[in-house]
Design a protein around this ligand. Structure first.
Ligand code: IPE
Ligand code: IPE
Ligand code: MG
Length: 246
C-alpha cells in the first residue's frame, strides 16, 4: 500500500463489547475487558504502519446513563489501564492525550490522566487520543464558550469568529482532522463522536464486534479507504488531478 493512501489520522468508535460477551452468555464486563486487549493490538498495528494519529472513542458523555455497576466497571478498567499501560506506551514512544470533559472524573483520575499526558508529551511515533466523557456537542459548546470568553476580554472581535478561529478551540485542534472513521459493532451512526472534525471524513462501518477487531480487519478497512476518492466538493476529475499532484 502506498503511504499517501494511508489515513494520516484514523478515528475509531470501538463498539460491540457488550454484545460480544452476551453472545457467549457472559456478563457485559467481560466484553469490556476483551475490548481493552483489542485496543492494545490495534495501537501496536497502527503504530507499526506509520499512521501518525489515532483517536479512539472509549466512553461517551451519554454512557453515564448505563447501569451504575457497568459505569463503575468501565471507570475501574480505565484506572487500571492508566496504572498499567502508560509505561509501556511511553517505552514505545507513543504520546497519549485525552479529550472530553474531565471535570466529572475524580481528582485522582484526573491527575493520572494529566501525568500520562506529561510523561508522554514528547513522544512522536504515534499520537494516541482517547475520548473519555466525550461528546461532539459538548466539544462544540466548549469551543463556543472559549471564543465568547475571548470576546468578553476584548482579545477577539465577533467578526473574527470564522471557521479557522473555531477550529483552534475544538478538541484535536493541533492535529489534522480524521481521514478515516471506523465503527465496529454494526451500528451505522456517529453517536455524538467528533461532529465538527468529521465533516469530510471517510466512514467505514463493519459488523465485526470490537473485541474481535484485529490487524487483519484493520487492513481491510485501510484497503477500502485507499480505493475511495475524496472530492471535498470538487468534481471527480479535479479530485483525480489533485491526487496525482500530491
Ligand atoms: C462499546 O461497547 C464500549 C462502550 C460504549 C463503553 P458497548 O458497551 O456499547 O457494547 P454493545 O454495543 O452494547 O454491544
Ligand atoms: C458509542 O457507542 C460510544 C463508544 C463506543 C464509547 P454506544 O454503544 O454508546 O453508542 P449507541 O448508544 O449505540 O449509539
Ligand atoms: Mg454500543
Amino acid at each position: 500500500m502506498h503511504n499517501n493512501s494511508l489515513p494520516q489520522h484514523l478515528a475509531i468508535i470501538m463498539d460491540g463489547n457488550g454484545r460480544w460477551a452476551a453472545r457467549q452468555g457472559q456478563p457485559r464486563g467481560l466484553g469490556h475487558r476483551a475490548g481493552r486487549k483489542a485496543l492494545r493490538e490495534i495501537v501496536e498495528h497502527v503504530s507499526g504502519l506509520g499512521i501518525p494519529i489515532l483517536t479512539v472513542f472509549a466512553f461517551s458523555s451519554e454512557n453515564w446513563q448505563r447501569p451504575t455497576a457497568e459505569v463503575q466497571l468501565l471507570l475501574e478498567l480505565f484506572k487500571r489501564a492508566l496504572n498499567r499501560e502508560v509505561r509501556e506506551l511511553h517505552t514505545n514512544n507513543i504520546g497519549i492525550r485525552f479529550i472530553g470533559d474531565r471535570s466529572r472524573f475524580s481528582t485522582k483520575l484526573q491527575n493520572k490522566m494529566r501525568e500520562a499526558e506529561l510523561l508522554t508529551a514528547n513522544n512522536d511515533s504515534l499520537q494516541l487520543n482517547i475520548a473519555v466523557n466525550y461528546g461532539g456537542r459538548w466539544d462544540i459548546t466548549q469551543a463556543a464558550r472559549q471564543l465568547a470568553l475571548k470576546v468578553a476580554t476584548g482579545e477577539l472581535q465577533p467578526e473574527q469568529i470564522d471557521e479557522a478561529a473555531f477550529s483552534k478551540e475544538i478538541s484535536l485542534a493541533d492535529g489534522t482532522a480524521p481521514d478515516l472513521l471506523i465503527r465496529t459493532g454494526g451500528e451505522q451512526r456517529i453517536s455524538n463522536f467528533l461532529l465538527w472534525q468529521l465533516a469530510y471524513c471517510e466512514i467505514y462501518f463493519t459488523d465485526t464486534l470490537w473485541p474481535d477487531f484485529n490487524a487483519e480487519n484493520l487492513n481491510l478497512a485501510l484497503l477500502e479507504y485507499s480505493r475511495r476518492q475524496r472530492r471535498f466538493g470538487s468534481t471527480p476529475l479535479q479530485a483525480a488531478e489533485r491526487a496525482q499532484s500530491v
